[in-house]
Design a protein around this ligand. Structure first.
Ligand code: GLV
Ligand code: MN
Ligand code: MN
Ligand code: MN
Length: 407
């Protein structure tokens, strides 16, 4: 099994990797991500997992229960006990790390191999899943695949989303239905840790207690384009200035409140060196320890941006593009997963990163997450890392969990 994990990992390593930065560009429905999707289905077929795909390209490889004659004659689609699903995503942020997503997929396949090598016969179907566009790096809405699969977002809304080149999702994806989760009773997602908690605690693996509420907000600052040389400083309506002061205010407000606020994406029009811009669009990513704290933080940042716009003679419009409420995972399930190993309990820790697991949990599916230690503590960057030894501890913890949940 360890060989299999490392072989799978080396299959994936070159796909979508930038020679310049060492980071990954695996945007949904583009070449690298589609190559990984095909690779995943090939891995499922090699393991005799029945491949089921929905209209968005979310995929599950099913390890079905053996067919019993009377059951096979019933008309229902997948009769029998509720399935246990495990998996993650294969898309990445722009210039992302190797582990965010693929680690959960490769570990799920390796856990199936490990269970089989242990001679386990599950009493429930086991599915290995890949959800598309978890990062929202192409169409802007994070966890889009799992939101469509759970019905949290309508196909109509999704089809209207556009990428940075103006391509509508509806032109990339045909159809509009998903029944992948119809028979799922429990979901477990293994993920690389995206902070330093496990490093600080000296633990190879941890279990998630909750996901902080978070949201993405588009700030449109509008001013007036003008000449960079001939326009006196006091005559300008410069939206870049309003944006810059807003970014500083966001940082200060989040620090004071012990929360997180980031402007990581900015578009400037017309984006010329020698012109005062006419418009700046910037996206705020805010994450807080409670829904109320998130609302308060975003309100405070918006108020400061608006005050500043008044002084700069610019206009401001703020649009909440997506807001995800706090997710608290089932404490009983988390405790059971954490206790599931020799030598003590894994730590149970909160996370500030969004995951498909949060969407499935919010849809009422009992869900757990396992994290694997990341020695750099860095994520959404080429610096993200996990040692092979820790990854194998993760695979074994996942196999233990699946074994118990499918008994
Ligand atoms: C996704 O990984 C996110 O938390 O933004
Ligand atoms: Mn991510
Ligand atoms: Mn992820
Ligand atoms: Mn994520």
């Amino acid at each position: 099994m360890p060989d299999d994990f490392e072989r799978m990992w080396s299959d994936l390593a070159p796909v979508g990797r930038s020679a310049a930065s060492g980071g990954y560009f695996r945007q949904p429905f583009a070449t690298a991500e589609r190559e990984l999707a095909a690779w995943f289905e090939e891995q499922c077929r090699a393991r005799d997992l029945r491949v089921e795909r929905d209209d968005f390209g979310n995929v599950v490889g099913w390890w079905d229960l053996p067919v019993v004659e009377e059951v096979a004659q019933q008309p229902s689609r997948n009769p029998g006990p509720a399935a246990v699903l495990t998996g993650s995503h294969l898309d990445s942020v722009l210039d992302g790390g190797a582990y965010d997503g693929p680690l959960g997929v490769v570990s799920a396949l390796a856990a199936v191999d490990l269970m089989r090598s242990r001679g386990v016969t599950p009493g429930r179907p086991v599915g290995v899943s890949v959800f598309v566009e978890e990062e929202g790096s192409r169409f802007g809405l994070a966890c889009l695949g799992s939101r469509l699969a759970t019905g949290a977002v309508s196909w109509e809304t999704a089809r209207a989303l556009r990428d940075r080149d103006g391509v509508a999702l509806g032109d990339v994806v045909a159809g509009g239905s998903s029944s992948l989760l119809a028979d799922v009773g429990t979901f477990v997602e293994l993920h690389v840790e995206q902070g330093r908690d496990l490093v600080d605690r000296g633990a190879a693996v941890g279990v998630a207690s909750e996901i902080w509420p978070h949201g993405r907000y588009r700030f449109d600052f509008t001013g007036a384009a003008n000449h960079a040389g001939t326009t006196r400083m006091e005559d300008r309506q410069d939206p870049m200035l309003t944006y810059a002061m807003t970014a500083l205010a966001a940082n200060k407000q989040a620090r004071l409140a012990g929360q997180r606020a980031t402007f990581g994406r900015v578009a400037v029009e017309p984006n010329g060196t020698n012109a005062v811009p006419s418009r700046v669009t910037a996206w705020l990513d805010a994450r807080c320890s409670s829904d109320d704290a998130l609302a308060t933080l975003v309100e405070a940042i918006t108020q400061q941006a608006s005050d500043r716009a008044g002084r700069d003679g610019t206009a401001l419009a703020v649009t909440a593009e997506s807001v995800s409420s706090s997710v608290v995972f089932s404490p009983d399930l988390a405790a059971a997963v954490a206790a599931d190993h020799e030598g003590g309990d894994w730590p149970i820790i909160p996370t500030q990163a969004g995951h498909d697991a949060g969407i499935l949990s919010a849809a009422g599916i009992p869900t757990a997450m396992l994290f694997v230690r990341n020695p750099t503590g860095v994520s959404h960057s080429p610096e993200e890392h996990a040692s092979i030894a820790d990854c194998l501890v993760g695979v074994s913890a996942l196999a233990d969990t699946l074994e118990r949940l499918t008994r």
